[in-house]
Design a protein around this ligand. Structure first.
Ligand code: GLP
Length: 248
């Protein structure tokens, strides 16, 4: 696992955007694994800016998103479908038929999980997967205790995760209690992984990740099992004292 420390969120977003641009320029038909949440917003903004000035072409790119809330329709303002549409898909030339996100409104959720695994196995693996991290170490919506062997599945969201994400809803009651997420096994199937973390709130989780201890109670620690992971943090998310004391 490689760790890169940037001065601030802007530097982190610039670095992540350049990784995606290089990937797509190298292989115009790349498959990108994408995340939602506040962390990748700066990165998506940069991709859009670059696209507008005639930069990278996304016409042959496919994208596979990590997760979606159960019960939210594709047009619900807080759905991850809407998030991706508003922050990236409608702003660059990605063909909507090449974008994949689990359907949180599917009638048969178990079937939907299987359908999504088939997509990951046929369209994927992602050449490059972008990940954020929850304060409790979750990746995608794989909460503490998730099996490292898991494929796409339904999860019960932890209260702490619902609270952390409540800022985007009008009240905590509106935050769905379940989500559909790519499993850790599917995440590890990606060829390259870039995990982004910004701000003081992520400092503890990043400190724990960098101890190198692998533990299902801390989902992000599964990334130590992957050969090509880069963790990009800003100064606020990086605990120099802890991190420099660790050798692994
Ligand atoms: C959500 C998403 C994750 C994301 C995490 C952190 O729970 N399912 O994919 O990494 O939040 O979000 P943020 O970047 O807003 O801190």
């Amino acid at each position: 696992m490689k760790i890169i420390v940037k001065d601030n969120y802007k530097g982190l977003s610039r670095f992540a955007a350049e990784c995606i641009q290089k990937q797509v320029q190298y292989n115009p038909g790349s498959v990108l694994g994408l995340a939602t949440g506040s962390t990748p917003l700066g990165l998506y903004e940069r991709l859009v800016q670059d696209y507008k000035v005639g930069g990278t072409d996304y016409s042959k790119v496919s994208t596979i998103n990590l997760d979606e809330y159960v019960g939210l329709s594709k047009t619900h303002p807080q759905s991850y479908h809407m998030f991706m549409k508003e922050n990236l898909f409608s702003l660059v030339n990605i063909a909507s038929r090449n974008t994949y996100i689990p359907d949180g409104k599917a009638k048969h959720l178990e079937e939907e999980c299987k359908r999504y695994d088939r997509i990951i196995n046929t369209i994927g693996p992602p050449d490059l997967l972008i990940l954020g991290i929850g304060e409790n170490g979750h990746i995608g919506f794989n909460e503490p205790g998730s099996s490292f062997e898991g494929q796409t599945h339904i999860v019960e969201l932890k209260e702490s995760t619902r609270r952390a994400n409540a800022r985007l809803f009008s009240s905590i009651e509106e935050v769905p209690k379940q989500a559909i997420t790519m499993g850790i096994k599917s995440i590890l199937y990606s060829k390259k992984i870039l995990l982004l973390a910004s701000g003081e709130k992520k400092k503890e989780a990043i400190g724990q990740l960098l101890t190198g201890k692998i533990d299902e109670q801390f989902p992000a620690s599964a990334l130590h099992l992957h050969p090509n992971v880069t963790v990009v943090v800003d100064e606020l998310a990086y605990n120099r004292q802890i991190s420099e004391a660790i050798t692994y």
